[in-house]
Design a protein around this ligand. Structure first.
Ligand code: WTA
Length: 679
């Protein structure tokens, strides 16, 4: 695998810097206050006690009606959790906290401009806003349980309010990251069958008030072309009452949400008791084909899993100030800004901007001011902060007891900076490995129980039983440091239920490779294959090596190479396109794009720019390639397959290997010189 080769190199580098036995221990102060310090939790969650063990998580929630069947496998591998149970996520994240925590901050919103005041949304205020918004969605937009709604919003408090309002009604929300283009949003609208789009006029990023409403028209047009009509667009305004976008509102389709919701002032909407397996949301993620997959999460299982992991792994206590710097438009934000922390009645901080604007001290000023003590971010951000201001944290008077890293493998030296400088040597760190599909953490140390090992995610979570398989389905013996494909033997409540509208793809992508018997209704025959390579050390800790499929993890965001290539192929001049991941100091991996031209066209900067622009329009700026190389021809096998492995070796200045069997070996050297220069 291309990715694998690169990763093996960085593994070797890790080995030089870090010895397996060099653990770092959480402080006694941390352990003394930790939510979970009982090692028997792993026995309670052993396979012998499966699936009943997960009652311990579900019991953190309020249920209208208890379930009769913990796990129903009759439609394997579409697992149903807590069947017979009735629950509502909005009630669990809002209403149930009113008796004791009405005046407590649920959300603290930090706008990007430093001269704008923080907005504190108490649980009472959240309750009012969620109710009024639910009334608007039900009575103005005509939404009811089971309908889907697409939400294309940036980091503003209205975003979790809208999500919780949907959850209250049983409306299935599909939040699309604001950085995605209108076109990408439109494809997701069409796939989910949403007739309502909720958007925003503008938001701040790096000092600019970016227009966002302009994406609405493209989104609605793309959805229409795919057969899905959007009849209502609700547009929130960054400054209510003042429209900050240039794009005109469309009469009879676009409405100012802040205006409409005021018609519902004082409305109350009872949370709908929903069957535990009712879908809570869809979250689209990239796969190996051009089309993103709508991962469908069910309310009872998902909420139980994120509540449990937020309590035990994030170690959230009532008096903590918890700040996860992810965007709510990704799964981390859903699980660990909104649903996990709020289900526990915690205070969750939301930040509009980027952590390095206006300078590398911004994040630490926020931490100092709000007295944040739990901090959660991704390796890419840590690398950026380290580069922009390695000594900044020391200038600010904040103290974290706990920090998280998530989304990509973290290099031990970056981990050590995070620990020593950001955490001031005091914070316990968890490196959490999981995915959009898995709802919550799969591997992580339990911070009050395990020592930390930089660069290793840690052991499996309680109730998660991984196995490493080789390509042929043989089990790699545990603890042998031998790389293979990591799978999970058993279902757990946080796992997604299916791919929206595509059960076959769900089975094919995640289960087919290691399924022991496709007819079986026994979960033991259906190990879950997440698509990552991993190895396990003798101490039981897993080191995640990265994707083994055609997905590139760019700055912790998943992009399918096919999506990028299809976007390049929409440019008139382009005949062929191939994308490979190239290692990047800050962003982990970034895409390098190789294209060849149709006859009659000449290479020019204009053509490369067109490719980049097309990717920005079709996917979004996050997918922008590092380079676009216009090559005379792609290196190909005799059967005409593009050799991405060769291109990857060229991009990453690695050994190219034997190319004599290719159809056009001479082209390899030409491309190499183009990319690396002579020599
Ligand atoms: C990768 C993000 C190493 C992995 C929560 C996975 C990680 C993909 C880690 C999921 C980690 C996530 N160490 N790699 N701690 N966490 N990954 O769906 O390749 O955006 O499959 O979910 O990110 O990305 P997703």
């Amino acid at each position: 695998m291309d990715d694998q080769e690169i990763l093996e190199t960085s593994e070797a580098e890790i080995a030089v810097h870090w010895k397996e036995e060099d653990y770092i221990h959480p402080s006694n102060t941390f352990i003394a206050q930790a939510n979970m310090t009982d090692p028997t939790i792993y026995d309670r969650f052993s396979l012998d006690n499966f699936p009943e063990c997960f009652k311990e998580y579900a019991d953190l929630l309020d249920w209208y009606q208890y379930w009769h069947t913990t796990l129903d496998t009759s439609d394997a591998p579409c697992w149903k959790w807590f069947v017979g149970g009735k629950i509502n996520a909005s009630h669990n994240c809002v209403d149930r906290h009113l008796t004791q925590h009405k005046n407590k901050a649920a959300l603290i919103y930090v706008p990007e401009p430093e001269n704008e005041a923080h907005a504190v949304v108490t649980y009472q205020e959240l309750y009012i806003r969620v109710n009024e918004t639910a009334a608007m969605l039900r009575d103005f937009a005509g939404l009811k349980a089971g309908d889907r709604v697409t939400i294309h919003m940036p980091m503003v408090p209205e975003l979790p309010v809208v999500m919780l309002a949907c959850a209250r009604l049983g409306v299935i929300h599909s939040v699309v990251f604001a950085g995605f283009s209108g076109q990408a949003c439109g494809e997701r609208i069409a796939d989910s069958g949403s007739r309502v789009l909720i958007s925003m006029d503008a938001y701040y990023r790096s000092g600019n008030l970016l227009e966002h409403k302009d994406k609405v028209d493209a989104a609605v047009a793309v959805a229409a072309a795919e057969g899905q009509t959007v009849d209502k667009v609700l547009v929130y305004r960054r400054y209510p009452g003042q429209y900050s976008a240039k794009t005109p509102m469309v009469e009879g389709r676009d409405y100012f949400a802040d205006e409409i919701v005021s018609d519902y002032a004082g409305s109350r909407v009872d949370p709908v008791p929903l069957p535990a397996e009712h879908p809570l949301f869809l979250m689209y993620t990239s796969g190996t084909t051009g089309r993103p997959k709508g991962c469908q999460h069910g309310v009872g299982g998902y909420l139980s899993y994120v509540a449990g992991t937020s309590k035990f792994v994030q170690d959230i206590h009532p008096e903590d100030v918890y700040w996860c710097m992810a965007d709510i438009g990704w799964i981390t934000g859903h699980s660990y800004i909104v649903y996990g922390p709020l289900s526990l009645g915690a205070t969750s901080v939301m930040f509009e901007g980027v952590p390095t604007y206006p300078d590398a001290g911004r994040a630490w000023r926020i931490a100092e001011r709000l007295d944040v003590n739990i901090f959660h971010t991704a390796p890419t951000t840590i690398r950026m902060l380290r580069k922009a201001g390695p000594d900044e944290p020391a200038k600010y008077n904040y103290h974290f007891k706990h920090m998280t890293t998530v989304g990509e493998p973290i290099e031990p030296e970056v981990w050590l900076w995070y620990h020593k400088v950001v955490g001031k040597g005091e914070a316990a760190i968890v490196d959490t490995w999981w995915q959009t599909e898995t709802g919550g953490f799969l591997c992580s140390t339990m911070p009050g129980l395990h020592p930390m090992k930089p660069g290793s995610a840690g052991p499996a979570m309680p109730g998660i039983h991984p196995v490493i398989y080789d390509e042929d389905g043989n089990e790699v013996p545990p603890g042998t440091q031998k790389a293979g494909n990591i799978c999970i033997r058993n279902p757990w409540p946080g796992i997604f239920q299916t791919i929206w509208g595509d059960r076959d793809r769900f089975v094919r992508t995640y289960f087919e490779k290691y399924c022991k018997n496709p007819e079986s209704k026994d979960w033991r025959d259906w190990p879950y294959f997440p698509g990552d390579g991993a190895l396990q050390a003798a101490d039981g800790y897993f080191r995640i090596l990265g994707r083994v499929d055609d997905v590139i993890n760019v700055a912790g965001h998943r992009l399918g190479t096919k999506e990028l290539e299809s976007a390049a192929l929409t440019v008139e001049e382009i005949a062929e396109a191939a994308v490979v991941p190239v290692a990047d100091d800050l962003r982990g991996r970034v895409p390098d794009m190789y294209v060849s031209l149709k006859p009659g066209f000449d290479a020019s900067e204009e053509v490369s720019n067109k490719v980049t622009r097309s990717i920005e329009t079709i996917i979004g700026k996050i997918a922008r390639p590092k380079h676009v190389y216009i090559v005379p021809d792609m290196p190909k096998t005799r059967s005409g397959k593009i050799m991405r492995r060769v291109l990857s070796a060229i991009s990453n200045t690695m050994e190219i290997g034997d190319v004599t069997t290719l159809a056009n070996p001479e082209v390899v050297e030409e491309v190499r010189v183009m990319v690396q220069g002579e020599g």
